[in-house]
Design a protein around this ligand. Structure first.
Ligand SMILES: [Zn+2]
Length: 316
């Protein structure tokens, strides 16, 4: 049996697969109040026990996708603004705990959540069979992942694809990662929510309640000047970063996903319109923009696949 997790800021989802990659069980857990490393570890152990309950096959591997910068071997979370962690050996600690729970201990490995999502979409989703892909997911933050020549790219340190931390303004806005001027600090969902919240507080927008969602604000972005300005700046900055990455990588498919892309059609439409014209013509001609099709199921599947196959495509 193979187990995959997708750990977000508020919810952890898991799915278990048999050797033919049929989903044999799945579940989810609210973790908003369990984000300290020890608490989250306990939650993952509980979910792992639940996943294997009643199964008579050994748990071979556990893959965990989370929004984080990781070390090369996928054992340490170097920086996760979502979870508020720095240099947490979460994978290594979990590996140790699970080795005491199971007679035959599973291998445990951490992956960036967008990398895991892309692996899932490539297996059975929107980009099945595509060998050159740039994935950009706009959710709380802005994440990315790259498949080049048929292989997921991890880079020398394991952090290839971190497009959200491309700089768009020297010394600009402070980002969740601690650095300044990252595009995520202009176009990430948490940034957009803060800006919208500021407008509502200062009574600049009629028709928006104080608890308005991002998708409600998105519905007014074409009409309300102040919102239009925030949306314009965010999509301008993100479009040029994504277009430049396309020019650099020459992908066949640009996969645009994440909560903001899914729930904010005005934002998505503006972004998708602004990107192609800024991509080098010879790259643009064959570039296709797609959206993910597996929803919440891509992350656990991808994390499980990657943990089983190893990052270089070889089973370990
Ligand atoms: Zn950053």
């Amino acid at each position: 049996m193979h187990l995959g997790f997708d750990i977000g800021g508020t919810t952890a989802r898991w799915a278990a697969f048999d050797d033919a990659w049929n989903r044999v069980a799945e579940g989810s857990e609210r973790i908003r109040d369990r984000r300290a490393p020890d608490d989250l570890q306990a939650a993952v152990v509980e979910m792992t026990r639940e996943a294997v309950e009643g199964s008579d096959t050994d748990l071979e591997s556990v893959g965990i996708g989370l929004a984080a910068h990781l070390n090369r071997s996928g054992t340490v979370v170097r920086n996760s603004p979502n979870l508020g962690w720095r240099d947490e050996p979460f994978g290594a600690a979990l590996d140790e705990v699970l080795s005491n729970v199971f007679e035959t201990p599973p291998s445990v490995r951490l992956f960036n959540d967008v990398t895991a999502g892309l692996a899932g979409e490539r297996q059975v989703g929107a980009v099945q069979g595509v060998d050159d892909i740039l994935a950009v997911y706009v959710g709380t933050g802005v994440g990315g992942a790259v498949v080049s020549g048929g292989d997921l790219q991890f880079g020398a340190g394991g952090n290839a694809g971190e497009i959200g931390h491309s700089k768009v303004e020297a010394g600009g806005r402070i980002c969740g990662c601690g650095e300044r001027g990252c595009v995520e600090a202009y176009a990430g969902g948490i940034h957009l929510e803060r800006r919208v919240g500021g407008l509502v507080e200062s009574d600049e927008v009629d028709g928006l309640e104080s608890n308005a969602s991002l998708s409600e604000a998105d519905g007014l972005a074409d009409e309300v000047e102040a919102l239009d300005g925030i949306w314009r700046r965010a999509t301008d900055a993100l479009a040029i970063v994504v277009a430049n990455a396309c020019t650099l990588l020459d992908p066949a498919v640009l996969l645009l996903g994440g909560g903001v892309i899914e729930h904010c059609p005005t934002f998505r439409g503006r972004l998708a319109r602004k990107i192609p014209s800024q991509v080098l013509e010879v790259v643009r001609e064959d570039l296709e923009i797609r959206r993910p099709t597996l929803g919440d199921r891509a992350g656990p599947l991808g994390a499980a696949l990657l943990a089983h196959h190893g990052v270089d495509g070889h089973s370990d």
